[in-house]
Design a protein around this ligand. Sequence first.
Ligand code: GCB
Length: 616
Amino acid sequence: RIGLVLAGLAMAAPASAQAEGAAPAPVLVSADLREHLSLDGAWHWSVDPFRDGVAGFHGGPPGASTNRWADTIAADVEARDPRALFEFDMQRSPITHLPGSWIGHAPEMRHYQGLVWYQRTFDLPAVPRGRRVFLRFGAADYAAAVYLNGKEVGRHAGGFTPFAFDVTATLRPGGNQITVGVDSARTAESVPPPVTDWETYGGITRPVTLVTVPETYVDDAWIRLTRDGRIAASVRLDGPGAADMPVRVRIAELGLTITGRTDASGAWEGGAAAPPALERWSPERPKLYDVRVEAGKDVLPDHIGFRTVEVRGQDIVLNGEPVFLRGISLHEEELGADPVRAMTPAAARALLTEIKQGLNGNFVRLAHYPHNEVMTRMADELGLIVWSEVPVYWQVDWESAETLAGARAMLRENILRDRNRASIMLWSVANETPVGEARNRFLRTLIGDVRALDGSRLVTAALLSRRDGRINTIDDPLAGDLDVMAVNTYNGWYSGDPLASLPGLEWRTELRKPLIFSEFGAGALAGYHDAAANPHKFSEEYQAEYYRRTLEMAAKVPSLRGLSPWLLKDFRSPRRQHPVYQQGWNRKGLISPTGARKQAFGVLAEHYRELAERGR
Ligand code: GCB
């Protein structure tokens, strides 16, 4: 299957592979703030369930009549030869608006998993000498093969991280044609695996842009406040002049300029004492500074907050003060009756404002994969601490080198994309994975990667616990490798415990570390009420009482330093097909798909108001 081929090819070493040459995949950090041409908007699309556009019926290359990416316009050929055979015609295929999952393109696409072709044309003047142009995708779910003017420019696997290809030499002055094959099929080797508890949202779900930079440019820049009070900069240039080039980091508002020179590989590490006037980023005052990284002809602008994060004993410490994380989990799904995972700044603002102002929260768990970059930028701006994770979820193939390579690539792409976001405090490497030797090895490799890429933040993972009567025990050996322990717990929902018994449950662990309840929750269909003393599951009353009792239980756990219940908004999940209560949605949201608040919303908001008043 080509899904395998696409995923296999792209996953082999780096998740992004240039078709020609072995140049490392560009990071293009903060590409969203660079000069770019948006390729969002109208694209043709064509479904290809048997993947005829990538292989002929005996294998081998596709025939001319089925090859959607060739630089041919069916209408032009037909004008010359009216009998020419085409079994597709991208230019006359239906049009949709990207970004957004294909589940919204047409009713018959609702449950489609497989290959879909996209194509559009655009005009461009000649690329000026001394400039480079990258074709960048915010994300395509799951595997993508990208063709420009009939030539393959690269592939990528993994549905939630950005990728870019240098297309300077492939662009032509005037008309250009871009074709993308996106295959949502997941295999036993993919991350996440085929079975999850959320909608796959196949397609091009994040912006497509042409980003223009000078020939030698700042590919990666990481500017942060260290725990010993320095503003540190790690910069990597790319291009013919990258070696031994002067670099400058300027923060005008602080009157700070840090200068240095790259080494032979184009890298530079520098720093300076943080000026006394530096105002630290916090949820209460999410101060961001305009930062410019300058090298040669390139100026990379960014908006960056400065703060420190650490663990002391059982405390999570932000800017030297213990903090309690008053949070909630969130999927990347916009409000509305028919979401297509088209996250805009406005949609992100609406969701995060519900957490910040509605729930009195200071924390969000962005589950279960890297979210759209507009989300982490918005968290920076609004002042919400973020848990960011990769979709190593439930049961992936722990023994597979390909799976591990894919997970590492995603983790790396996520961290490199977002290391400058002050809001992110925790990188999580896994969710509810079954304990075992191969799994422990796999996750320890990821933990090592996080520490190598970003030692300034905390590492966590959402674990499972063991239950024996009233006692819940956290004895997952992985907990010892984490800075912050986290567990998902559903006593009273998936178990038959009477709600009144929940406050009597106890938690045990041998480790002295901060603990977060990274999930707990109960389903409720908004508007379904049951006034009985012992309300029915799926009623708003059951959910509200479940929250009251679970929060009572949580208040007695001495090492608890944060909560991110499951979750803010109902979300689509193909696993949830109860015809009355679910209808294809996981109903554990505190708000309905269209934003109606359920009773439990008020319970959590009140709890968080009290915690905030007590300074927790
Ligand atoms: C979990 C998973 C989450 C599910 C949730 C549920 O533990 O981490 O992805 O959606 O439970 O609703 O069962």
